[in-house]
Design a protein around this ligand. Structure first.
Ligand code: DX5
Ligand code: ZN
Length: 221
């Protein structure tokens, strides 16, 4: 991975797509990630974008492109998003019953493999897969929409994953996604998170560059 944790990941879901190039110019390729939320109107009620926008993003920035698939049958889309330029691809545990197989499929493309878990999915459900992961993506809102409030109860999962990582000497990074602000990022950092996805708090801020810098500062150390 290009950057080392703690990492701020700017979620373009909240960006102005009519000026995506300008929006992405605030991202520091050496330090930040760009997070792309793919929604299919099936796994979640919302519908967003596909590989075309990821390919455009890839052309607009040298930063790590982190794709979060909130779709049914994600294995059918892995190759397409990798070809579009994704550096990491996360699938939802709830959408991937053949979990190990999909993770292997992602790795085989050359991308880093992530597993995302909804708020209702307990630690016991994802713990067996931790040795197979590059990224554990802990949802801190119900997936589907930007701008929701952070669920602090989810930090118990972060703490548990962190403890398991230490105990078993694993190497996945822990990403939190949903309702991340400077304030909630700080609490997630204390709980042990490494990557902090932020949509609204960055791209809906009056000064997006300052907002991203503020997030970086909040998670530093
Ligand atoms: C929600 C998405 C998030 C979203 C976060 O389903 O997975 O990545 O962009 O948006 P904010 O930061 O506005 O909660
Ligand atoms: Zn996301």
């Amino acid at each position: 991975m290009t950057a080392t944790p703690p990492i701020a990941a700017a979620s373009i879901l909240s960006a102005d797509f009519s000026r995506l190039g300008e929006e992405l110019a605030i991202v520091d390729p050496e330090r930040d990630w760009v997070h792309c939320d793919i929604m299919d109107h099936r796994f979640v009620p919302n519908l967003t974008f596909g590989p075309l926008i990821v390919a455009a993003t890839r052309k607009l920035t040298r930063a790590w492109v982190d794709v979060h698939l909130m779709v049914e049958r994600p294995w059918l889309m892995v190759d397409g998003f990798r070809a579009a330029g994704a550096d990491s691809i996360s699938v939802h545990l709830e959408a991937a019953p053949q979990t190990r197989e999909v993770l292997r499929q992602i790795r085989a493309t050359g991308a880093k493999a992530g597993l995302a878990v909804k708020p209702g999915t307990p630690v016991a459900a994802f713990a067996p897969y931790l040795p197979d992961l590059d990224i554990l993506l802990v949802m801190t809102v119900e997936p589907g929409f930007g701008g929701q409030s952070f669920m602090s109860e989810m930090l118990d999962k972060v703490t548990a994953a962190r403890a398991e990582r230490e105990k078993k000497q694993l190497r996945f990074v822990i990403e939190v996604d949903g309702g991340i602000t400077e304030l909630t990022a700080r609490t997630a950092r204390t709980a042990g998170a490494d990557v902090f996805v932020a949509g609204n708090s960055v791209f809906k801020a009056p000064d997006t560059r300052a907002a991203l810098a503020g997030l970086r500062a909040a998670i530093a150390g």
